[in-house]
Design a protein around this ligand. Sequence first.
Ligand code: ADP
Ligand code: DP6
Ligand code: CO
Length: 359
Amino acid sequence: MAEKTWVRMVTAQTPTNIAVIKYWGKRDETLILPVNDSISVTLDPAHLCTTTTVAVSPSFDQDRMWLNGKEISLSGGRYQNCLREIRARACEVEDKEKGIKIAKKDWEKLHLHVASYNNFPTAAGLASSAAGFACLVFALAKLMNAKEDNSELSAIARQGSGSACRSLFGGFVKWIMGKAEDGSDSLAVQLVDEKHWDELVIIIAVVSSRQKETSSTTGMRDSVETSLLLQHRAKEVVPKRIKQMEEAIKNRDFGSFAQLSCADSNQFHAVCLDTCPTIFYMNDTSHRIISCVEKWNCSEGMPQVAYTFDAGPNAVLIAHDRNAATQLMQKLLFCFPPSSDADLNSYVIGDKSILKDAG
Ligand code: ADP
Ligand code: DP6
Ligand code: CO
């Protein structure tokens, strides 16, 4: 008979985040240090989130991970960096009920199993890498009883995927690019929590759930190497926009918020066009959504809805309030009737929310 053994498990759930001032370009590829600050809004975990279970047992003979039910390799540098950083911070764990005691030094030789699910399309430009790596780091920290706060954990999640550092907080979040060569000051801070501007309603229009052709990592590497617009954007444009965006969020100034979000999304996609080889993340349907929103905003005399597109064709639409969101849905359903046009396959509606610790 096999010797009686134990398994310790922790499950966490983490929402994705969508940038309103975009991160696009690294100054250090290994540590994942960006060329500019960025600001995002964290979405409601009821709609777009990752759920990750991490388990440790003396019966596991290697680290393994399953993503959406399929085994993936953990040999990549990003997974290895996150695992190494959390293991280095692991503390003693004692669970008297189950008779488990893990000493600090035991974590070096114990192996892990990880199972992660995204309840939304993976690698389709809805920031699966953000929710995925934030959730992985958060769950591992709980499992290993690491004492670091969410900002310190954000600097570890950053080494999995840059945008992941911002998913450790709810509300509006800023990723400070930092100056230190070792990346220790490149981390996320919460600007305001999810209650600060709670009348905003976020609608995600899923144009395509297919995996994108150019991953964010490859796309931004090519942009850094070839786009002059990226250099100008990082040095001259973003620093001013970050200040203006922080003010707009603090004052709940929707007009400025919408103008800055739309302009920044468009400039990010202009950088993609300015890249060699050219990257097209938006498609005709994305362009039609932009026209529909801009026409309506113009006719109202003041913005009702802000749009932003990450590295994919799917639209993230931020409405001023419930009334504007209802009108927006009517307009979208009119322009893209579900029965006759398969371009737009679903809408997800939610508001902002905060990291939920399911551990
Ligand atoms: P996205 O726009 O969805 O963030 P990216 O190209 O930035 O697309 O990243 C997609 C990659 O992120 C996936 O191929 C996978 O390596 C990683 N990823 C996605 N979801 C998870 C998850 N839940 N846990 C760990 N890694 C994930
Ligand atoms: C367009 O964080 O996915 O969504 O750091 O290489 O993993 P890596 O890239 P990733 O890039 C996100 C780019 C973006 C803008 C943003 O989220 O700020
Ligand atoms: Co990503």
